[in-house]
Design a protein around this ligand. Sequence first.
Ligand code: NIG
Ligand code: FE
Length: 411
Amino acid sequence: MSKILIKNIKGLVQFGEDLPKVRKGEEMKKLPILENAFLALENGIIVAYGSMAEWGGITDWRNLEVIDAEGKFVLPAFCDSHTHTVFAQSREEEFVDRIKGLSYEDIAIRGGGILNSAQKLQEMSEEELFNHAMERVDKLKSGGTGALEIKSGYGLTVGAELKTLRVIKRIKAESGIAIKATFLGAHAFPLEFKENHQGYIDQIINEMLPQIEKEGLADFIDVFCERNYFSVEEMFQILQAGIKHGLRPKVHVNQFSAIGGVRKAVELNALSVDHMEEISEDDIDALKGSDTIATILPSCSHFLSIPFGDARRLMENDLPVALASDFNPGSTPSGNLAFVWSLACVKMKMTPEEALNALTINAAYAMDLSETHGTISLGKTTPILITKQIPSLAYIPYSFGDQLIERLIIS
Ligand code: NIG
Ligand code: FE
């Protein structure tokens, strides 16, 4: 048995029992912090925590690693509920094109963007894709990510989508952290289906989904609902088919335009609606009283120079908000969640506490990991973050760009 005791913790963050599954609206301001605390883990399971003053001491010192966290904060690892971590190549040439004046949409219409990534992925072997992705996963972990959702969507053929999902399945087995797989065959229409949308949708429904279910390759289904991509009706059809194969919707909506995708996704009990750079009054009404969480991706807004999602408006309407990276080669070539934390504070006017709730408890909910991740609670298996010595928790988003995570403890 492996046992770890972390002692003299300056602040044990996001701890407690019988916590809600999500914090919403005003409650997002709450962030429990216990000063001068300890935390004990056995085989990666949280077995005890409390203040050093109350600590009764250790009776069995065999196989015990003791970590002194003097001056350091301890928190549940970040959960990244939205990424596209499996891809073949970076796309910095499009980044330069955008600097020179082209928009993300202009580049996509010229055959760049997602189609560019799809061609590269189709040509790459499963083994090579896996190796590249695992290098990225290791980097994400060193930045404090302790659970990761990964989408397909750069395959866009039956073979390449299945190949991507098999790579994600292997990452699940080998990464040491919780991985959730999302099938995003409906990321863009391949060129040969430009004039025949139903032809590609039929492939998704009749050829990809049955095989995905057979091999147990996905947890969720996603569609990029946007003008020039998938219409609200097309999304609805694909999500309904996914649900029949056991996949809960978790969708890309409202990145560039609010076209009614949120209400339709909520109607199908989507776990999350992601992006939300644009939000309409009807979207807010649809989300109220639902089990669907809005997930905002500020690094995407930063990189594409598009509006930041209005988290304050969602919270003012008593709704919960999650934050994620959107790590992908086109719109967000960074999976750094400490940077997301900082952007949420600086650009979206979330307080450090609200943003950390959005990256832990609410993000765990957004990837269906509430039972095990997102808070420091007895019996949970969430990886644990230990920071470097810092003056306060707010110092992390304040000191943007610094690497202040010292260690990620995984079971
Ligand atoms: O979430 N918006 C759709 N998909 C990705 C970007 C895809 C790409 O440009 O490669 C996103 O931003
Ligand atoms: Fe995305």
